[in-house]
Ligand binder design. Structure first.
Ligand SMILES: Nc1ncnc2c1ncn2[C@@H]1O[C@H](COP(=O)(O)OP(=O)(O)O)[C@@H](O)[C@H]1O
Ligand SMILES: [Mg+2]
Length: 252
């Protein structure tokens, strides 16, 4: 069975706690994404996956914990500084600006990353995403939901991040387009970009990712290679909530 890559860590999250008001929903989460690795966070609805991602990206405050990205402590960095450090996040249900053209949406991605050579970046993106290139002059509102999600991914990678974070990119999309998005993520990963994915579609996610963590009510319940996780008892128990009658969830 394949082992986890021995590459250096790119993102290390330790003892992360996040609260909304007095309600603590992330209780000491820790995980790692290594250079060039494709990591998936799995867990039931409400487990705290999006909250974890938002705290890592600096979109909401952290109550406790530490985040190291690319050798720098970004625990207290602003969301803008974190993007500029190379951590790009495509938010859950994120739709692009429908009143702008496809190309202007892409250009926004370069402004956020505050880098020059926009033209060259656009050409790179159009080579990677032919379906975006074809529609570049059209208003983004004219794209299908799936094409808009691909545009959101393209907008995330145009700033040449080191880590791309995708929060349930499959939401509301048809199976074919979901496969396309996960294949795009895989091929971006093969070209050296690390990926952190949150996904409800366990089988699809396990097929594309290298390593997975299971999040249960704000805690990491397990971490293993996707080969080990596929079909494992703990995955069934935690993700699908299949406990035998009268039996408690697996401990420690
Ligand atoms: N803005 C918010 N204010 C208060 N509670 C929230 C907010 N967002 C999420 N929650 C709660 O935090 C918990 C974790 O939610 P979330 O991180 O969205 O889970 P997941 O992404 O795993 O489905 C849930 O109980 C949810 O109801
Ligand atoms: Mg979520």
């Amino acid at each position: 069975m394949a082992e986890r890559t021995a590459a250096q860590p790119l993102l290390t999250v330790s003892d992360l706690e996040v609260a909304y008001g007095k309600a603590v929903v992330v209780h000491g989460v820790g995980f790692e994404v290594r250079q060039g690795e494709f990591v998936v966070l799995l867990g039931r609805n409400g487990a705290g996956k999006s909250t974890t991602l938002h705290a890592v990206s600096g979109l909401i405050p952290k109550r406790a914990g530490r985040v190291i990205f690319d050798g720098h402590d970004i625990t207290r960095a602003t969301a803008r500084d974190i993007v500029q450090a190379g951590l790009a996040q495509v938010l859950q249900g994120h739709r692009i600006f429908t009143s702008l053209t496809v190309e202007d949406n892409l250009l926004l991605g370069t402004y956020v990353a505050r880098q020059g050579d926009e033209r060259q970046r656009l050409e790179e993106i159009y080579a990677l995403f032919p379906e975006v290139a074809e529609r570049r002059r059209e208003l983004a509102s004219r794209l299908s939901g799936g094409q808009q999600q691909i545009l959101a991914v393209a907008q995330g990678v145009i700033g040449r991040p080191k880590l791309l974070v995708l929060d349930e990119p499959s939401t509301g999309l048809a199976p074919l387009i979901i496969d396309r998005i996960l294949e795009v993520a895989s091929s971006l990963c093969k070209s050296g970009l690390a990926i952190l994915l949150v996904e409800q579609l366990v089988d699809k996610a396990l097929r594309h990712a290298h390593y997975g963590y299971l999040i249960e009510t704000g805690r990491v319940a397990a971490g293993a290679t996707t080969g080990e996780l596929a079909g494992s008892a703990i995955l069934e128990q935690i993700y699908l909530g299949h406990h035998a009658p009268g039996e408690a969830a697996a401990g420690g």
